[in-house]
Design a protein around this ligand. Structure first.
Ligand SMILES: Cc1cc2nc3c(=O)[nH]c(=O)nc-3n(C[C@H](O)[C@H](O)[C@H](O)COP(=O)(O)O)c2cc1C
Length: 335
C-alpha cells in the first residue's frame, strides 16, 4: 500500500460525505476556510451512473449523478464515494472515478436509508459479508481497468442491529482496503445514540493484529479539531472524520473557535456559498441550500428574523440583497 493515505501525518482529519450538504459548492468553501486533510464527495449510486451514462446515454452535463462527481484541484486529495450492491456496476463506477482523476474511491457500507438498503447496498452489506468482500474486489478491478492505482477505501459502522466488530472488521480488513472509516454506531442506532469511541481501541487492535497498514478513521459526534485530536490520541485512530460539525461551520478544520467567528464573516460565507451553489451543473433545487441557511444564521441577535427572510429567497442574488439590507440596518442600529 503506497497511497496518499500513508503519507498523511497522524492524526489527520477528513470531511465526511454528506448527501446534499458536502457538494462541490460547500467543499470549495471549506477548502478556503480551513481545509481538512482529505475530502469526500457525497455518495453516488453505482447502478445510477451505469444506467444514466451507458443505457440512457444522458450527456454528463445534464446528468445529476455526474454533478456529484464534480471537483476542482483545491479540494485534493478528494475521494469519491459510491454505493451499490452489484459488483459489475461497482466496477464500472470505480473505473469512472479513477478516470475522472479522483484521488481515491470509497465504498459506502453504512448508509441506513431504506431506499439504499432495499437495493442491498449501504448498511445492509454488513449483513452480507460475502457480497461486501466481492464489492471491494470489484472496485479494485474497476480501478485497474482504468490503468490506475488510486486507493480503495470503505466506510461502515460497528454492526447492524448490534456491535459485531470482531467478525465484521477482520472481514473488511482482509480485503486490504487502504483506509477504513468506522462510524462508531450500529445501523440500528442511526445517528441518534452517542457515538461509542471506546470501540475504536478494539478496531485499531484488530488492524494491528492483521499486520495491514490500512488507515483507521473514527467517525461520530466530533465537533472540533481539539476534540478529534483527543479522541485519536485516546483510541489510536489514525484519522478523524467530521460530518455534522461542518453544518454552518466551514471553519471547523481550521481550529478556529466557532463562537469567535464574527457574524459578518459567517454571513459573507453564506453569500459566497449561495453563489457557488448556483453554478452547480446541472443545477440543484434551491431549497437544498436552505439547510445551510438554517445552520449559518443562528445564535446572534436578530438571527431568527433574518433566517425567516432568507428562507423565502429563491436565488443567490436575493440572499445577497437580504444580507446587505440586514448589514446596513445593523450598522445604523450600532451608530
Ligand atoms: C445530511 C447527511 C447526509 C449524509 N450522507 C452520507 C453519504 O452520502 N455517505 C456516507 O457514507 N455517509 C453519509 N452521512 C453520514 C456521515 O458521513 C457521518 O457518518 C455521520 O453524520 C456521523 O458523523 P458526525 O456525527 O460527525 O455527523 C450523512 C449524514 C448526514 C447528516
Amino acid at each position: 500500500m503506497n497511497s496518499f493515505w500513508q503519507k498523511l501525518r497522524t492524526p489527520f482529519f477528513t470531511l465526511a460525505p454528506m448527501a446534499d450538504v458536502t457538494d462541490e459548492a460547500y467543499r470549495k468553501l471549506i477548502a478556503e476556510m480551513g481545509k481538512p486533510d482529505v475530502m469526500w464527495t457525497e455518495f453516488v449510486s453505482a447502478d445510477g451512473l451505469y444506467h444514466t451514462r451507458e443505457i440512457k446515454k444522458i450527456p454528463d452535463a445534464e446528468n445529476p449523478l455526474m454533478r456529484e462527481l464534480l471537483f476542482s484541484d483545491i479540494e485534493r486529495p478528494i475521494v469519491a464515494q459510491i454505493f451499490g450492491s452489484n459488483p459489475e456496476t461497482i466496477r464500472y463506477a470505480s473505473r469512472l472515478v479513477a478516470n475522472l482523476g479522483f484521488d481515491g474511491v470509497d465504498l459506502n457500507m453504512g448508509c441506513p436509508d431504506r431506499s439504499i438498503e432495499k437495493q442491498g447496498a449501504g448498511a445492509s452489506l454488513i449483513k452480507n459479508p460475502t457480497l461486501a468482500v466481492k464489492i471491494v474486489a470489484s472496485a479494485k478491478k474497476g480501478v485497474a481497468d482504468a490503468h490506475s492505482d488510486i486507493p480503495v477505501s470503505v466506510k461502515t459502522r460497528v454492526g447492524y442491529s448490534h456491535e459485531i466488530i470482531d467478525e465484521w472488521i477482520p472481514t473488511i480488513l482482509a480485503t486490504e482496503p487502504d483506509a477504513l472509516t468506522v462510524h462508531l454506531r450500529t445501523r440500528k442506532e442511526l445517528s441518534i445514540a452517542k457515538a461509542n469511541w471506546s470501540l475504536m481501541l478494539k478496531i485499531v487492535a484488530l488492524r494491528d493484529k492483521s499486520g495491514m497498514s490500512t488507515r483507521i478513521i473514527g467517525n461520530g459526534d466530533i465537533r472540533s479539531v481539539a476534540e478529534g485530536k483527543e479522541k485519536a490520541l485516546e483510541s489510536g485512530a489514525d484519522g478523524v472524520m467530521i460530518g455534522r460539525g461542518v453544518f454552518g461551520n466551514p471553519w471547523v478544520f481550521s481550529g478556529r473557535v466557532y463562537s469567535e467567528i464574527p457574524k459578518t464573516e459567517r454571513l459573507d460565507a453564506l453569500v459566497s456559498l449561495a453563489h457557488a451553489f448556483e453554478t452547480l451543473t446541472p443545477p440543484k433545487h434551491f431549497n437544498i441550500l436552505k439547510k445551510h441557511i438554517k445552520a449559518f444564521v443562528n445564535g446572534f441577535n436578530g438571527a431568527s428574523d433574518l433566517r425567516a427572510k432568507l428562507m423565502q429567497a429563491e436565488s443567490a442574488d436575493e440572499i445577497t440583497d437580504i444580507i446587505t439590507a440586514y448589514d446596513k440596518q445593523s450598522h445604523v442600529e450600532t451608530q
